[in-house]
Write a protein that binds this ligand. Structure first.
Ligand code: ATP
Ligand code: MG
Length: 298
């Protein structure tokens, strides 16, 4: 479907970070909606995108060679959960694994920082989604360095270079995964401080959303600038050709979903997926099966 392919990649390319060294978060407008005229138009495009994604995922699963890892990072209430829900709504649950990473457990803290996520990587043929990830290790842990102490590293190893070292280690880890057939795409959903406030207030106004509310989330707003800095540093240092970051405007959820869907479609299209070819042995097997079933009926 060349028409769809061109549309998806043109759209996705706009949000893909290609010049990490000069990347500035302040240059990305969280309220950007590109050339889309309306929410309705976006909804129609998303629907078509979801259909294409369904086809591509079936081939990914049938071919059983590549794994796809989609990483989502964002400030609270940026819409990670709802983006994942909408974009993956047409995907067969058997071929998709979503993992949410929360505060690490005592067992997880007793290991290196990539350990817990390495255990949850997608198998071949599957799409794995990390709702938060090892990138928290250069985000929340950087903003709250006291969290580092909980990891009990030998003190000699904790130096000023620790964040640089983590970037290097993450890049090496992702390069290793890429070389083994895992395709990695990373999404930072970029919401503005004002929009986050509006969403928190709406959670307070709606009883069905109270379960999502946490005072701690509001208190984290005091560290907004520190988080923006940490995100910018993360994007500048861990954007690679094989595992790029997409910085997706997140003040309009309908737009976020469409941009993420376009990037995922584009990624899968690039793999040139196809159903496995049926060879002559398999064809004979199918013919035998057909005969056996015909005999049974008579
Ligand atoms: P929701 O949208 O429902 O709030 P969430 O992803 O924010 O989803 P929470 O349970 O609210 O889920 O929060 C998870 C918390 O765990 C976040 O504050 C995040 O910073 C924290 N966290 C995740 N990974 C780590 C880590 N490696 N070290 C410390 N904290 C972490
Ligand atoms: Mg939260």
């Amino acid at each position: 479907m060349p028409a769809k392919k061109i549309r998806a990649s043109r759209f996705a390319d706009r949000f893909r970070v290609t010049k990490p060294k000069s990347f500035r978060l302040s240059q990305i407008d969280p309220a950007d909606t590109w050339r889309l005229r309306s929410r309705q138009q976006a909804g129609e495009l998303l629907q078509r995108g979801i259909e294409r994604l369904t086809e591509l995922q079936e081939m990914l699963y049938a071919q059983d060679r590549w794994s796809v890892l989609l990483i989502f990072q964002a400030m609270d209430a940026a819409g990670k959960d709802s983006t994942i829900k909408h974009v993956m709504s047409g995907v067969n649950p058997q071929g998709c694994q979503v993992v949410s990473f929360k505060q690490p457990s005592a067992e997880e803290l007793d290991h290196d920082f990539l350990w817990r996520s390495a255990r949850r990587l997608p198998e071949r043929g599957r799409i794995g989604i990390f709702n938060r990830s090892y990138y928290e290790e250069v985000l929340v842990v950087r903003v709250h360095p006291e969290l580092l102490a909980k990891q009990k590293p030998p003190s000699k190893l904790v130096t000023k270079q620790i964040w640089e070292q983590r970037f290097t280690d993450i890049n090496a880890h992702e390069r290793y995964l890429t070389r083994n057939g895992t395709v990695i795409r990373k999404f930072f959903l970029h919401v503005s401080r004002e929009e986050q406030k509006r969403r928190f207030l709406s959670r307070l106004d709606e009883p069905e959303k109270h379960w999502k509310f946490s005072l701690a989330d509001v208190q984290e707003r005091a560290h907004w600038e520190a988080y923006q800095h940490a995100y910018e540093e993360m994007i500048r240092n861990t954007t690679t050709k094989e595992a790029p970051w997409y910085v997706v405007p997140a003040d309009n959820k309908w737009f976020t979903r469409l941009a993420v869907a376009a990037a995922v479609i584009d990624t899968l299209e690039e793999l040139e997926l196809a159903y496995p070819k049926v060879d002559s042995v398999k064809r004979r097997e199918l013919a035998t099966a057909r005969e056996a079933l015909a005999d049974e009926a008579s």
